[in-house]
Design a protein around this ligand. Structure first.
Ligand SMILES: [Fe+2]
Length: 161
């Protein structure tokens, strides 16, 4: 770990870097999944969903960038290499074959929800480790994921609680 003048204890920095690295890999994987959906969606609602799925790419890139840069800021080395994402992502692999809009909406909803759960755990873990700034980054990511999930689920028949 590179030395920095940031006054957090080394073990706090190391814990935060590990949490950020896990989040980086999964968020990069989700970013790839929304492009896969953008490219392979079929059906009468193609145009709308093709555009909806692409609308998630830029905000996901922003989240990825913020997470990766926080690793560098804390003195770590962000690893966003394809091999690392391919072997390390905790998200289920996105189906290769395209499908109707409803299938993609469900596949993406599952993945946005799963990543949201991972990131919410990371908020608490970063907080417990004593890095409020990393917890704040995760909170922003979580807020974006939840809002995106709302956009996706709004297209699906409601399962009322
Ligand atoms: Fe495109």
């Amino acid at each position: 770990m590179r030395h920095s003048r940031i006054g957090l204890p080394d073990n706090t920095k190391m814990t935060a870097i590990a949490l950020l690295q896990k989040a980086l890999v999964d968020t990069l994987d989700l970013r790839l999944a929304v492009k896969q959906a953008h490219w392979t969606v079929k059906g009468s609602d193609f145009q709308q969903l093709h555009e909806l799925f692409d609308s998630f790419v830029e905000p996901l890139d922003d989240e990825v960038d913020t997470i990766a840069e926080r690793i560098s800021i804390l003195g770590g080395v962000p690893d966003g290499r394809a091999v690392t994402v391919g072997t390390g992502s905790k998200l289920e692999a996105y189906p290769l074959e395209g499908g109707a809009g409803k299938s993609h909406l469900e596949w993406l909803a599952d993945r946005f929800a799963a990543l949201g759960d991972h990131i919410r755990e990371a908020i608490d873990q970063a907080d417990d480790a004593g890095d409020a700034d990393t917890a704040d980054i995760f909170t922003g990511t979580s807020r974006f994921l939840d809002k995106s999930l709302w956009f996706i689920e709004a297209h699906l028949p409601a399962a009322e609680a």
